[in-house]
Design a protein around this ligand. Structure first.
Ligand code: CDP
Length: 242
């Protein structure tokens, strides 16, 4: 798309949202039979799958840690997920995102319970429209819970940014591309513990505070949706057993 003259008109963004509004969010739990835990997240046009295996014995063995499990995360974008076909396989971007995803999640997982083990988290982006790393973390946190991995709490993630001088929640690809700032964040909302903060662009000190505040509000909504999705799955399961 060509750069539009304005990204915000009469207080509304190009897709009709208010600056502090999330895109439509859908979370499904346990959709893959062969993974120990899984989740599917749609956030606007983003479609992201997360699958968790483990805890299980770490292979190759020389990667085993004697006193802890290792959280191994792989973020991958499907070739058909973006407008210009993405070359299959890892690249600099996916290696970076895999790393920050691991760092965002490992703070809440009780890894010390499983020495010599690995917990594998696979994130597959099927369709991308900015915010895929945050949607991936949101999906992975739910998939870890679905796998029964002991965790302190759930991590929720969203991006905030600045578009036409306005602080906005949950940027689309057009806003990411034509806006001035993109700041993906992950956190444990109940503790206000931030586990990921990246920034592309600039904020003044005041804007940063405003953006952080908006990210907290967005993550609280995501946290509620994550817990609701988990409740739905496990309530149905209990019901079936009767
Ligand atoms: O997806 P996220 O916002 O976490 O990461 P990004 O590197 O800021 O990428 C923003 C968006 O650019 C992606 O979500 C895709 O929509 C798009 N993109 C693309 O079209 N082709 C790529 N090879 C990588 C990203």
């Amino acid at each position: 798309m060509e750069k539009p003259e304005k990204l915000i008109v009469d207080g509304k963004r190009l897709d009709g949202r208010a600056p502090d509004e999330l895109r439509p969010l859908k979370i499904e739990v346990g959709i893959l039979e062969r993974a120990n835990g899984s989740a599917y997240v749609e956030l606007g046009a983003n479609k992201v799958l997360a699958a968790v295996y483990g805890p299980r014995e770490m292979h190759p063995r020389h990667h085993q840690q004697p006193d802890t499990a290792v959280l191994r995360c792989r973020y991958n974008m499907a070739p058909f997920s973006v407008e210009e076909r993405k070359r299959p396989g890892p690249d600099r971007r996916s290696v970076e995102i895999s790393k920050v995803t691991r760092e965002a999640l490992e703070q809440v997982v009780f890894l010390k319970l499983y020495p010599r083990s690995v917990i594998d988290v696979f994130i597959e982006v099927l369709q991308a429209d900015a915010g895929t790393r945050t949607a991936g973390i949101t999906a992975a946190a739910v998939a870890l819970a679905d796998a029964g991995v002991p965790m302190r709490d759930i991590v929720s993630s969203i991006a905030v940014g600045k578009v036409d001088g306005t602080i906005v929640l949950d940027l689309t690809n057009d806003e990411d591309q034509w806006g001035t700032t993109d700041m993906p964040i992950a956190m444990v909302p109940r503790k206000k513990l931030i586990t990921l903060l990246q920034m592309d662009g600039h904020f003044t000190g005041e804007e940063f505070k405003q953006a952080l505040d908006l990210a907290f509000k967005g993550c609280e909504q995501i946290y509620d949706a994550q817990r609701q999705a988990l409740r739905e799955k496990y309530a149905i399961k209990r019901g079936n057993k009767k």
